[in-house]
Design a protein around this ligand. Sequence first.
Ligand code: AMP
Length: 214
Amino acid sequence: MYFTLLGAPGAGKGTQAATASQRLGLAHIASGDLFREGVEKGTELGLLAKPYMEKGLLVPDEVTVGMIVERIEALNHDQGFILDGFPRTMEQAQALDRALGERGKALDRAVYIEVSTEELVRRLSGRWICRNCQAPYNAVSSPPRVPGKCDRCGGELYQRPDDKVETVGKRLEVYSAQTTPLLSYYRKGGKLVGVNGEQGVNEVAEELIAALHH
Ligand code: AMP
């Protein structure tokens, strides 16, 4: 099974992809996590991505596509995957279809997690992430048990630099201009399924898993 999760920044793609990949035994490939890892480690990829991420802009397609295709190629032949945060442009979506097609595969579903703009802004500006395992928290709706510490692994929580108010607006703008056209692309291809992302985390997970089997 090959899936992608679509949705605005803050829609819950990371949280849901982590749960669904565990429950379904799929590899979780998250473009944003791969870029952040590169930035933390100071790799060539990280240095390239950093200025774009800081401004809330997309990293150029050729860099992003290369990184994701490499990850897909590294999987065992029969290993399914769930993409999180990729594709984000029409070029990326077409490149993904080509890359999978060349390997005799095709994307099964694109699951769209729908959340209103007001809710996205509220979530992103209160979001804290574990530096170690990337688990997300929200200062208001899902605070950690111990302030500043990850419930799961005890890692240090930090606010992503691109979750600062100035950058959040830009990221939502970029999403609306560059990523929303993918909704009609996948709808036309008969692959799009929608999930209400404004429910509790567990309810969204149940709806998402049901949608994958649809
Ligand atoms: P995310 O964690 O998915 O919100 O991604 C954080 C940042 O990484 C984005 O704001 C972009 O700068 C970059 N990024 C992640 N995924 C992509 C993608 N598919 N294409 C281009 N840039 C991306």
